[in-house]
Design a binder for this molecule. Structure first.
Ligand code: CS2
Ligand code: MN
Length: 357
């Protein structure tokens, strides 16, 4: 297992590589170019320059989160082939730079969504939160402005401004796309890229839908054990894997996250894990919490034990943290709470390991 930390280059982050280097047990970053539009090739020189920068800081760049999938691929349009070719070229370039794992998602139109980016918690910190009835009542303009106003002027992953102009039309487009058709589009994409994932030794981890239930009439694909089984069966390559995001899946109390960790790690299909905790306030309402089991509704020890005992040998990163100690950062991605989370996770990992002997 390797512990990594999400980080954005080119000044698009308040956290520095030097700070990440000082977090014990963290060996590398999970990073991306947020300024390259989805569908474009990531140039080799640009990737190499970033890899050199990361390595000079004493860290590895083996995980990319995310190489975003162009909307035309998700929609199944005839233009998709060109974007898929670009995707494959990006994979080749990332392979040359030593990248081993790519996280991506197949969520239509928008990536994760929260109705509040800074919900106050009782200890004086704040965290991102989601309230279903309120979220469902929002117009697209209010959603976009809410996500933008809380972003502290940084790109929120999945909310790159280049997406905004087409969002309303895209949402409309998907109202007539059945889940079955959407799965066909995924299969087409996976069948095209998996042979290259094999050739370039890159594990793919699809990120679950967040929140894991339908919203705005958009198809949802990775939200339960059953849908993950279906997704992994779409293409039988071992490279077709899951990013087990405990907070995304755990937002639905019906999801048994430790048993998912066990099942999919045992299949050898979990290259990447996002560990964070959530606290439910009602069935479809929740806020993100500190990583400790006692702070949320997930049994983090059981999840880490399930991974380790089922042969998990991939990358883990602490996912979204709270905003603590007055830190100003990209929501969910400050230094302090994620650093605390990483130490807790490493502690659990060691405890499980030593307990085995
Ligand atoms: C989210 C996503 O997991 C997360 O923290 O912020 O943006 C995630 O990075 C993507 O869905 C992966 O493609
Ligand atoms: Mn995640």
């Amino acid at each position: 297992m390797k512990m990594v930390f999400r980080w954005w280059p080119n000044g698009d982050d308040t956290v520095t590589l030097a700070q990440i280097r000082q977090i014990p047990g963290v060996s590398g970053v999970a990073t991306m170019f947020s300024d390259i539009p989805a569908g474009d090739v990531w140039p080799l020189e640009t990737i190499m320059a970033l890899r050199d920068q990361v390595q000079k800081a004493g860290l590895e760049m083996e995980v990319i989160e995310s190489v975003n999938v162009h909307e035309d691929i998700k929609k199944g349009l005839s233009t998709r082939d060109e974007y898929i070719q670009n995707y494959i070229t990006t994979m080749k370039n990332l392979h040359e730079a030593g990248v081993k794992c790519i996280c991506y998602n197949f969520m239509p139109v928008m990536d994760w969504f929260r109705s509040k980016l800074e919900a106050p918690l009782s200890d004086g910190s704040s965290a991102m939160a989601y309230e279903h009835s309120y979220a469902s009542s929002l117009t697209l303009d209010r959603i976009i402005s809410g996500m933008m106003n809380g972003s502290n002027d940084m790109t929120l992953p999945g909310w790159e401004p280049e997406r905004f102009p087409a969002m309303a039309k895209d949402i409309e487009f998907y109202q007539n796309v059945s889940a079955e058709d959407y799965f066909k589009n995924i299969t087409y994409f996976l069948d095209a890229i998996m042979p290259y994932a094999e050739e370039y030794d890159i594990d793919f981890g699809v990120h679950p839908d967040d929140p894991p239930w339908p919203l705005f009439g958009l198809p949802k694909v990775v939200c339960s054990a059953e849908s993950i089984r279906k997704y992994l069966a779409l293409n039988s390559s071992k490279r077709n894997g899951l990013t087990l995001c405990t907070g995304s899946l755990g937002a639905n109390p019906e999801n048994d996250v430790p048993s998912m960790a066990e099942e999919f790690a045992a299949m050898g299909r979990v290259p990447f894990v996002h560990l964070r905790n959530v606290k439910h306030t009602s069935e479809k309402d929740f806020h993100e919490s500190a990583h400790l089991s006692s702070e949320g509704d997930l049994d983090m020890y059981a999840i880490v034990a399930a991974l380790q005992k089922n042969g998990f040998d991939g990358y883990i990163r602490p996912d979204h943290g709270r905003k603590i100690w007055g830190e100003e950062s990209r929501p969910g991605y400050g230094l302090y709470d994620r650093a605390l989370g990483s130490q807790y996770i490493l502690g659990l990992w060691e405890a499980v390991k030593r307990g085995e002997k």
